[in-house]
Design a protein around this ligand. Structure first.
Ligand code: IPM
Ligand code: MG
Length: 363
């Protein structure tokens, strides 16, 4: 298998360098090819995902990404070289480009309690539409304004001073996600699928979603299905996390719920993810690039190591995936101060924490 490795920027290279030796230690026969992505590519050439990187993604089987800095439009433009500032390109978050351009519609974010084994569920986030569809307007275009201006606040502010974002929900997008969710429940032994929504407020889109969920659920009588208000779901994720199996969520709801899930696991330093589509995929730790922490040796490499386990599982190396996960679990359960990074209460550097896992694997 050919694995593209895109370390990215910030702590991306730190966690990737520390985690990669796991591949060889556990005996995964993968060939690695490195590529560039992220903030430095934007600063030098105005394109955070340069053409060579798309080419690399086209010829490899999957990709491991470290972390990438995403900044709002104005900050991004200010960091461009002068020659590009006259007619500046638009900064589009590289991870969103990868997810949308490669059609990676399911963002799988497992939430496992490595410390006390009290819960084990997964947030599967719709990855291509919802509030991330890119339909985010200011000023509001004239044809859309016809609908928006009936709101008294919009009428009062006028078209130029109103922004509007469309939460795109399509049968295409919802159906494939819900099918994926049920298949995942089957293959991973979960007996409940919970769909996060807001049916008491977003009535039209919720009705579309509900119809699709109910008809697919009929094909899976052995799996319990529920649609919960996303706010209640957030509360229960904290108070009753053991009740969940597969959670399906619209893009933005899933973005928020998966960070919450990471919080109850012990932090973003432990949260892996897989971005899957009908053909392609890429894998990344859920955490961001934390630019201030870059190069300090403080970043936790365990999320990246667990992400390697996700790649292994997805590419038919279940034994290696299990070995990696149990090694991480042992290190986290034991929590020797010299084996875990500061976020888990330890004093280990990024490399020392990864080495603790390597040592467990070698056992
Ligand atoms: C994530 C991140 C990204 C997102 C950002 C960096 C664009 O928060 O992967 O959860 O919002 O999807
Ligand atoms: Mg996020």
């Amino acid at each position: 298998m050919q694995l593209a490795v895109l370390p990215g920027d910030g702590i991306g290279p730190d966690v990737i360098n520390a985690a990669l030796p796991v591949i060889e230690t556990v005996g995964l026969p993968w060939a690695l090819e490195y590529g560039d992505v992220g903030w430095e590519c934007w600063r030098s050439g105005g394109d955070p995902v340069p053409p060579q990187t798309w080419e690399l993604l086209g010829k490899t089987d999957t990709c491991l990404l470290g972390a990438i800095t995403s900044k709002p439009a104005r900050e991004a433009e200010q960091e461009l070289p002068t020659c590009l500032r006259v007619n500046p390109p638009i900064y589009r978050s590289p991870v969103i480009q990868l997810r949308q351009n490669l059609g990676l519609y399911a963002n799988v974010r497992p939430i496992r309690d490595l410390r006390n084994d009290q819960f084990n569920f997964v947030v599967i986030r719709e990855n291509t539409e919802g509030l991330y569809a890119g339909l985010d307007f200011r000023p509001v275009p004239a044809d859309l304004w016809e609908h928006v201006r009936v709101h008294p606040n919009a009428a009062d502010s006028g078209r130029e001073e109103t922004a509007a974002t469309i939460r795109l929900q399509t049968r295409t997008g919802i159906e494939r996600l819900v099918r994926f969710g049920f298949a995942y429940a089957h293959s991973h032994g979960f007996d409940r699928v919970t769909v996060a929504d807001k049916p008491n407020v977003l009535r039209a889109s919720s009705t579309l979603l509900r119809g699709i969920v109910e008809s697919i659920a009929e094909e899976h009588p052995e799996i319990e299905v529920e649609i919960l208000n996303v706010d209640a779901l957030a509360l229960w994720m904290v108070t009753r996390p053991e009740r969940f199996g597969v959670i399906l969520a619209e893009n933005m709801f899933g973005d928020i719920l998966s960070d919450l899930g990471a919080g109850i696991m012990g932090g973003l330093g432990l949260a892996p993810s897989a971005n899957l589509g009908s053909s392609g995929s890429y894998f990344e730790p859920v955490h961001g690039s934390a630019p201030k922490m870059a190069g300090t040796g403080r970043a936790n490499p365990l999320a990246t190591i667990l992400t390697i386990a996700e790649i292994a599982e997805h590419h038919d190396f279940p034994r290696e995936a299990t070995t990696i996960r149990s090694a991480v679990r042992t290190v986290v359960e034991r929590r020797h101060s010299s084996d875990v990074t500061y976020d888990l209460g330890g004093t280990a550097t990024t490399t020392a924490a990864a080495n603790a896992v390597l040592k467990e694997i070698e056992r």
